[in-house]
Design a protein around this ligand. Sequence first.
Ligand code: OSB
Ligand code: MG
Length: 356
Amino acid sequence: MPLKFVFKTSFATTTVKRFVLLELRSEGISGWGECVAEEGPFYGPESTGTAEHVLGEFLIPLVLRRNLDAPQEFPALAEKIRGNRMAKAAVETALFDLFARAKGESLSRAIGGTRDAVDVGVSLGLAPTVEATVENVRKHVAQGYKRIKLKIEPGADVDRLAAVRAEFPSITLTVDANAAYTLADSAHLETLDAFRLDYIEQPLSHEDLVDHAVLAKRLATPLCLDESIRSAADAEAALELGACRIINIKQGRVGGIPEARRIHDVARAANVPVWCGGMLETGIGRATNLALAALPGFTLPGDTSASARYFADDITEPFVLAADGTMAVPDGPGIGVTPLHDRLQDTTVRIETFTL
Ligand code: OSB
Ligand code: MG
């Protein structure tokens, strides 16, 4: 699916979204799971290809023709398979959708959501110039997003932030470096304190906690971790070390909804706010994310922006931003949306069917 914009981060440039969409069928009902792995292993270690392999060879056979009583039984089945969290999450979210649909219950309700709408922000990729950055911020502030997040990298940070802050002194502003800096950049990162950011997301290595804790002591701006938090155990360690004061939760990155919920619970017990991240999902993954973001600890605006920001035509009915900067949490059965038949036909490159 072509993106409406070039999404440049410190790790990759994305113009077309290619991904694995999983449909699990049981007793006449379909459950849908979008695998958030990207084409290349640059955000995390998984890619579309590794996900296809692990799904086909190892994960799908675990659930094929097996009677499960609840989606919560899946993690124990998949326990022997290390890592590959995005592939696991695709199966698990499809199972959650399937079971919630079978009960006629919304996914959000099934997992303990307490909100019917969530605050929404937007994640803006690196623009070629300072002026293009400001223009992009202008456009999305006008659309009503509650928080603007700018991708940054060394050489494309202070100049952009200074220009954005000059025009928008009071918007809620954050940055995401996707691991582009090192501790050697500490003094430089300290200068970002001047821009009154709500947080700096993942400035240092994708697997690091200790250096983040060292950096955190030098900055007034809170750190938020994304890549480094793969599990509730990581979240506990991060908070214990003082590596972050905010957590970005993505169900795909952490292996599914129960682990996302555990991270939410760990953070909540420590009074640490969380927000729901995104991976440029289509309506399927977006619906799953919205159900998760309805949990009570998700108190900061997330990255679940409107479908129209990403795609001219989504594969589901589009998600829209309300005038008050919120997005409705789907309340229909399961994730509340299904792929539109024609859109699925138009976008599908290859279909693989698994039966016993
Ligand atoms: O770091 O949050 C990130 C997209 C792909 C991979 C990693 C990230 C992102 C985003 C975009 O920031 C979030 C979205 O709009 O879905
Ligand atoms: Mg991030």
